[in-house]
Design a protein around this ligand. Structure first.
Ligand code: TPP
Ligand code: SF4
Ligand code: MG
Length: 292
């Protein structure tokens, strides 16, 4: 489906929500619902996505939604899927929509368990690279060198690669995606919808508030992450890996870093290490594609 031709585009979430100006998390949520439609239930944990789910009887979603706890979105999704199947409602899409902290750190055990049990759930992680909702603390997904309130001198370690962990676990459909490549994301959500088992999409979602850049630069920054090789767009169907956006002429990581104030404390050594991470990371993935 060409998402630009979709007449209900962006309409399954109310407008005027209180996420920050230029928020990628909200744009990703709108795109996911554009593809999945209204026969969908969404579970969110405490996080910026909780802004969409709301409180009490007020919600931003046009579909049923529920706030799970931070460590167990995937467990709630598993239970809901099972219950719907018992009721014969197996066409309903069950979506976990969680941030990086709630996915790569606090919710990882529940996510891994749900995948191992094989529940047909769609889990989307929007990755803004920190615990934003509680005031910008570092997560396992925060980039090396990035300032957060708990890494005042720049994060000293690399981000952890949860998509590759889940791939090693044998998940039937997995993809990475970016806010800058919405058509690519939409195609991946469609594939997740049609997967007979668990699916996982990890979306790079820049955050103007936490990364310290002007709100109108969200898409430029997301695109630059892909064009430097720091964020590689790929998918894996039954473990067969394919890069969905090949990059021929890489931009230097320096160009990405200088667009965001969060890297102001990063040392030249950290930037060099980020460059190595981008170059070698892309090469390693490309080698695995050829070996399939
Ligand atoms: C077990 C647990 N620990 C901590 C919290 C407090 N808490 C609420 S939201 C949040 C941040 C979540 O970060 P992330 O998942 O990355 O989502 P974001 O806020 O960045 O959208 C935290 C730490 C909690 N609710 N539950
Ligand atoms: S802090 Fe970041 S992720 Fe959260 S609502 Fe604001 S822009 Fe979106
Ligand atoms: Mg986060």
């Amino acid at each position: 489906m060409n998402i630009m031709q979709n007449q209900t585009r962006g309409k399954h979430l109310f407008h005027g929500l209180t996420s920050c100006e230029g928020c990628a998390m909200e744009l990703v949520a709108r795109t996911v619902l554009d593809i999945l439609g209204t026969n969908t239930v969404v579970l969110t944990p405490p996080s910026c996505s909780a802004i969409l789910t709301g409180f009490s009887r007020e919600t931003g979603w046009h579909v049923p939604s529920f706030m799970a706890n931070l460590e167990a979105v995937a467990s709630y999704a598993s239970g809901l899927r099972t219950g719907l199947e018992v009721l014969g409602k197996d066409k309903v899409n069950v979506v976990g929509y969680a941030g990086d902290g709630g996915t790569v750190d606090i919710g990882l055990q529940a996510l891994s368990g749900a995948i191992e049990r094989g529940h047909r759930i769609i889990y989307i992680c929007y990755d803004n690279e920190a615990y934003m909702n509680t005031g910008i603390q570092r997560s396992g997904a925060t980039s090396l060198g990035a300032w957060t309130t708990t890494t005042p001198g720049g994060k000293p370690t690399q981000r952890k690669d949860v998509p590759q962990m889940l791939l090693a676990q044998g998940i039937p459909y997995l993809a990475t995606a970016s806010t800058a490549y919405i058509d690519d994301l939409a195609k991946k959500v469609e594939k997740a919808k049609n997967t007979d088992g668990p699916s996982y999409i990890h979306v790079h979602a820049p955050c103007a508030t936490g990364w310290r850049f002007p709100a109108h630069k969200t898409i430029d920054i997301a695109r630059m992450a892909v064009q430097t090789g720091l964020w590689v767009l790929y998918e894996a169907v039954d473990g067969r890996l394919k890069i969905t956006k090949e990059i021929k002429n890489f931009k230097p990581v320096e160009d990405y870093v200088k667009m965001q104030k969060r890297f102001q404390k990063a040392t030249p050594e950290m930037i060099m290490e980020l460059q190595r991470f981008a170059t070698e990371g892309y090469e390693k993935l490309a080698e695995r594609v050829e070996n399939v």
